[in-house]
Design a protein around this ligand. Structure first.
Ligand code: GDP
Length: 337
């Protein structure tokens, strides 16, 4: 395809996406997910053409261990929202898919009703590449769905490793879903995750589990009070609530808690600030990856790197000193170029 045709095509896809056409949206996302160099160039052009969305969508991160009820929650909450006139996009960030090719979140039978609704758009996690690659694609997909008019973007992840941090770096609000747990043990939830949660929701507050869910909520509310209140937390946040995704009890209250926080953060300028910060972080990440890729592509430098690896492994040189040698080689290169 000649370059000029590609540009025309991209114009066309961009305007169809802005018109909310699902097929164009899916095509755009496929382009974004491709790692081919020419596709990357087209994807960048597409992002440029789409420009900034007209209004601020709610970008909500949601995490919880497998079985806690994430899909049930998203299905129930999502249906409520689309019925109230919202347009809801659900994107998954699944670290398991980058490691094993398999996926915890990718199951097609999840959120069956919501996925059939014309005002909903559900996209499983990109399955190949590194965690950084998944982050990049998800960030770009958020921009695409917003350009297509989705006002609520849920970015779902499983409670493992670095994926929460990644999701926090692309959303405005972070929701942590927990299961009711007896005793005063805080379920071994990592402190780091508690620290980034804006709204903790104890799910399955129904039937025999209801009192357990309430005492779990009280435990977490207590823990949250001891933990943090940042400049972007209004009175009463972070907060802990209960709900039942199965019966729908408490879902309205959870949504109100999300909206109240989001509206406040928008009004106080925190969302704009946070997104600017997130953009800078993404820039640095992309730069690091790009520079490393360029370095490894240079035959002389990659030879030096292999030699350095041997020297370090053999104990002949300290890793930092070996790295410094390679960095000065790169410096010399850019001065030459
Ligand atoms: P995920 O792995 O986090 O996506 O969890 P699922 O949504 O697949 O739910 C795991 C199991 O918990 C399923 O058997 C659900 O039916 C059940 N479940 C989810 N939400 C609730 C709830 O609010 N109450 C009860 N009692 N069960 C629930």
């Amino acid at each position: 395809m000649p370059a000029s045709d590609a540009i025309l095509d991209i114009e066309d896809i961009a305007s169809r996406i802005r018109a909310g056409e699902r097929r164009a949206l899916a095509r755009g996302i496929t382009l974004i997910e491709s790692t081919r160099k020419d596709h990357r160039t087209l994807a960048h052009r597409l992002m440029e053409r789409l420009g900034a969305p007209g209004s601020v969508a709610r970008r909500i991160g949601l995490s919880g261990t497998p079985g806690v009820g994430k899909s049930t929650f998203i299905e129930a909450m999502g249906l409520k929202l689309v019925e109230a006139g919202h347009r809801v996009a659900v994107l998954a960030v699944d670290p398991s898919s980058t490691v094993s090719g398999g996926s915890i979140l990718g199951d097609k039978t999840r959120m069956e009703q919501l996925s059939r609704h014309p005002s909903a758009f559900i996209r499983p996690s990109p399955s190949d590449g590194t965690l950084g690659g998944v982050a990049r694609r998800t960030r770009e997909t958020i921009r695409l769905v917003e350009a297509a008019g989705f006002d609520t973007v849920l970015v779902e992840t499983v409670g493992v490793g670095q994926s929460e941090t990644m999701v926090v770096e692309m959303t405005d609000i972070f929701l942590l879903l927990l299961a009711p747990a007896g005793g005063d043990e805080l379920q071994g939830v990592k402190r780091g995750i508690m620290e980034i949660a804006d709204v903790i929701v104890v799910n399955k507050a129904d039937g025999a589990l209801k009192p357990v869910a309430e005492s779990t909520r009280v435990d977490y509310a207590g823990a949250l009070r001891l933990m943090r209140r940042g400049p972007d937390d209004p009175d009463g946040y972070p907060c802990a609530l209960t709900c039942s995704a199965a019966t729908g009890d408490g879902l309205d209250e959870v949504w109100q808690a999300i909206c109240k926080l989001h509206d406040w953060r928008v009004a106080e300028g925190h969302v704009v600030e946070a997104r600017a910060r997130q953009g800078a972080i993404a820039l640095h990440r992309a730069l690091e990856q790009g520079v490393l890729k360029a370095v490894f592509a240079d035959p002389e430098i990659s030879r030096a790197l292999r030699q350095a690896e041997h020297a370090v492994a053999g104990g002949h040189i300290e890793p930092e000193a070996a790295a410094a040698g390679i960095v000065s080689m790169i410096g010399g290169r850019s001065a030459d170029g």
